[in-house]
Write a protein that binds this ligand. Structure first.
Ligand code: EPZ
Length: 431
């Protein structure tokens, strides 16, 4: 088992390069299946969600060639299956994008129920409703989602809830459907726009991505293209908050400052100095953060995927802050870990009342999910003394080379392999 060991309380200083966006790439890789041609995709982060998605594409028959560490060529001409089994689908939420992509390609998809982070019930009713409105018949048997249509036909799809996943899935299924699809109350996240730009580079006709009405005129064929993934808004935000929480001075490079506005604003409310450049943001902070209230909302609001990281900063603030989670039912599980480090946080349903303390202290802690893991890294970097973080597979799903990146900023951080209890047991028995 691997652990991260951090000796904290060192202000982060220097520059960090932000990688391609996880939540864009996990939609764009399945979208490449829609072309009977080769797509070259650049700025792909080296994270385990990408590894899993590539395995799924290969299982479906696609050729996937690694051009360099961050560039892949997907050759979808040889794709010959519309079935994604549970052994891979269970590892990531975004496996549900294979339903939209395969439906768009073959008018047929059979995909196991998705895995991914757990924050309460994660329904997919809006995805399925969207497919049905486009003319597909959808059933769920034995944990497999079956969707099939004689022909997909454009339709008006109103999203009862703003959903990133359902917006992506309907775009994927509609892009080659006959006629016009209009998605109303669509999600507006940067990765929705990135997917639309990718599909348009392949010859799709999508307008309005980034607003709440997306119009898709179906096209007959999509061709190959070369495309570069946008920088990861949440990775950038994580380093920005880490800079503020450690009283550091960090230039976060390769970002789109417009995507960062809601995070920038909250850091400024907390007293950090945030300077925007064309493609970089510098965060400088000294002294204790100030309290502030945060409410998560769909884009352009404060992202739920930054809520745990921001809560760590507020746990160190002077005064009481209120963090309201309005996207997920249960996204405060990580608070228990922060309490082990001396944080004073009370959770009441979807609200956390954070009474800031002057210092956190190092402790053995656990990454309960991906962004909870990011929050643990920040807490450990800011805390006095030594912390050990377990359950790294969650963090590995979404953060490229984070040990190297934090080390380059001066952190005392390393990844160590320790025998887990099972290993020890096996060794005892062998001995
Ligand atoms: C995406 O999840 C992201 N994942 C999540 O990031 C992120 O937290 C979330 O969007 C919100 O921004 C990926 O992009 C792979 P939703 P998604 O559908 O698409 C309700 C991370 O850490 N809903 O936008 O699954 C749902 O219950 C991950 O990178 C329905 O009611 O989220 C929630 O309350 C974790 N019915 C709200 O909508 C549905 O059919 C938003 O969910 C679908 C969703």
């Amino acid at each position: 088992m691997d652990k991260i060991v951090i000796n904290g309380s060192i202000p982060l200083k220097g520059e960090v390069n932000i990688s391609g966006a996880k939540n864009a790439v996990v939609a764009i890789l399945p979208a490449a299946l829609l072309a009977r041609d080769i797509c070259r995709i650049e700025n792909i982060p080296e994270i385990s969600d990408v590894t899993t998605m590539v395995k799924i594409l290969r299982q479906l028959g696609a050729g996937v060639k690694m051009i360099d560490r961050n560039t892949l060529e997907i050759d979808a001409r040889s794709v010959n299956s519309y079935i994604v089994s549970n052994d891979l689908a269970k590892h990531l939420r975004a496996s549900y994008y294979l339903i939209g992509a395969l439906l768009g390609r073959f008018n047929r998809a059979k995909v196991a129920m998705p895995g991914g982070c757990w924050f309460g019930v994660r329904p997919i009713d809006l995805h399925l409703k969207g497919f049905e409105l486009l003319g597909a018949k959808v059933t769920i048997d034995n944990g497999m989602i079956n969707a099939s249509a004689d022909k997909l036909v454009g339709a008006s799809v109103y999203m009862d809830n703003v959903s990133v996943g359902a917006t992506v899935n309907v775009m994927l299924a509609a892009v080659k459907a006959k006629g016009l699809t209009i998605i109303e109350n669509a999600a507006r996240e940067p990765h929705i726009v990135d997917l639309a730009n990718f599909l348009n580079s392949m010859g799709a006709d999508i307008i309005g991505a980034g607003t709440d009405v997306i119009k898709i005129h179906g096209v007959r064929e999509l061709h190959g293209c070369t495309y570069s993934i946008i920088p990861d808004q949440i990775e950038a935000g994580t380093y920005m908050v880490a800079a503020a929480a450690t009283g550091g001075d960090v230039l976060v490079k390769n970002v789109i400052p417009k995507h960062m506005e809601s995070i920038t604003k909250k850091l400024q409310d907390c007293g950090a100095e945030v300077i925007e450049y064309d493609e970089a943001i510098r965060v400088r902070s000294a002294g204790r953060p100030m309290k502030c209230n945060v409410k998560t909302l769909p884009h352009p609001g404060f992202p739920t995927d930054m809520q745990p990281q921001m809560t760590v900063l507020l746990a160190l603030a002077d005064g009481m802050s209120i963090v309201s989670e309005s996207v997920w039912d249960n996204r405060f599980r990580y608070v228990e870990q922060l309490q082990r480090m001396g944080a004073h946080i009370n959770v009441e349903g979807k609200v956390a009342i954070v009474q800031g303390v002057e210092r956190l202290h190092g402790a053995p802690i656990r990454a309960d999910d991906l962004r909870a893991g990011a929050a643990m890294l920040i807490a450990a970097l800011a805390a006095d003394g030594r912390s050990e973080i377990e359950n790294l597979s969650h963090i590995d799903r979404g953060y490229e080379h984070y040990v190297e990146k934090f080390s380059a900023l001066g952190a005392d951080i390393c990844r160590v392999n320790v025998p887990d209890d099972d290993d020890e047991q096996r060794q005892d028995n062998a001995g």
